[in-house]
Design a protein around this ligand. Structure first.
Ligand code: 3QA
Length: 236
C-alpha cells in the first residue's frame, strides 16, 4: 500500500520525519515542482511525506503529485488548525467530516457561498478512514473531535470573520489546505482523512497563539498520524 502524508508547513511534518529517522528507516528524498517528497519503503508498503507550503494551491499541487506521480492510494493530512468551537482548545485533535472553501464566492450569479458549478460546497472525507481514526483515538485514549472544516487562503484572526465562517458553513475549525486536498482526492477517487490539532482560536489573539503552539500542536497531530498508519497495517 502507498500512503501519502501531507502537511502545509515544515513544522507539521518534522515530527513525522523524526519518527522515521529514529526508527532507523531509510528516507529517500525527491524534489519535484518546488516540493521535497520524503519516501520511506517499509516491506511492501511505501509512505510519502511532504509539506506543500501554505494554502489551497500548494496543497492541491502536492495532493495531485502524491496521487498521480507517486501512486498513493490513501492521503492523510496532518497539521494544525484554528478552533471555532469552545470545546476545541489548543492541543485538541479533530478529523474533518467534510470540508468547504470559505473564500469561494460567485454569489453574484445566485450560487450559494462556497459553491463551484460541477463541484459542491462540501466534500466529504472517507467514512472508512474516519472510523479507523476513531478507533485509533480509542486505543490510545486520546479524545478525537470532529466536524466541518473550512479552508481559505487567509489566516483568520478576526472575531467577526470567525463568526461569519461558523454561521455560513457550520464549521468547527479553519485552516488553509484541507478543502483543496479534498477536492483533488475526490476527483481521483482516492480516500483521504484530515487530522488537525488546534493551535489557536482564529480570534484577535490567533497569531500569538499560533506562534506559541505550532510546534506542540503539530506533534499531537503527527503522533496520531503514526498510530493511524500502524493501524492501516504499515509495519513500523
Ligand atoms: C498558517 C498555517 C496555514 O498552513 C494554515 C497554519 C492554524 N490556525 C489558523 C487560522 N486561520 C487559518 N489557518 C490556520 N494552518 C499560516 S500563517 C503563519 C505563517 O507563518 C492552519 C491554521 N487561524 C510563517 C512565518 O512567517
Amino acid at each position: 500500500m502507498k500512503i501519502g502524508i501531507i502537511g502545509a508547513m515544515v513544522e507539521e511534518i518534522t515530527p513525522l520525519l523524526e519518527f522515521f529517522k529514529n526508527a532507523h528507516l531509510n528516507i529517500q528524498t525527491q524534489t519535484i515542482g518546488g516540493n521535497v517528497y520524503h519516501c520511506i519503503h517499509i516491506k511492501q508498503d511505501s509512505v510519502y511525506i511532504a509539506y506543500s507550503k501554505i494554502g489551497k494551491v500548494h496543497s492541491a499541487l502536492v495532493a495531485t503529485m502524491m496521487i498521480s506521480y507517486f501512486g498513493c492510494e490513501k492521503i492523510l493530512f496532518s497539521g494544525v488548525a484554528g478552533g471555532l468551537r469552545k470545546d476545541l482548545q489548543v492541543g485538541d485533535l479533530l478529523i474533518a467530516t467534510k470540508l468547504c472553501q470559505h473564500d469561494v464566492d460567485i454569489s453574484a450569479f445566485g450560487h450559494p457561498l462556497g459553491f463551484i458549478p460541477e463541484s459542491a460546497v462540501f466534500i466529504e472525507s472517507d467514512a472508512e478512514l474516519n472510523s479507523i481514526a476513531r478507533s485509533v483515538a480509542g486505543s490510545i485514549g486520546k479524545e478525537l473531535k470532529e466536524g466541518v472544516v473550512a479552508s481559505g487562503d487567509q489566516f483568520i484572526n478576526d472575531d467577526s470573520k470567525k463568526q461569519w465562517i461558523i454561521q455560513t458553513f457550520g464549521a468547527c475549525a479553519v485552516e488553509m489546505e484541507g478543502a483543496s486536498v479534498a477536492v483533488v482526492c475526490a476527483a481521483f477517487g482516492v480516500p483521504f482523512c484530515i487530522f488537525r490539532s488546534i493551535s489557536d482560536s482564529a480570534d484577535t489573539n490567533a497569531d500569538i497563539s499560533f506562534d506559541e503552539f505550532l510546534e506542540s500542536a503539530s506533534k499531537v497531530s503527527a503522533k496520531f498520524c503514526i498510530e493511524f498508519i500502524k493501524k492501516l497495517g504499515v509495519g513500523i
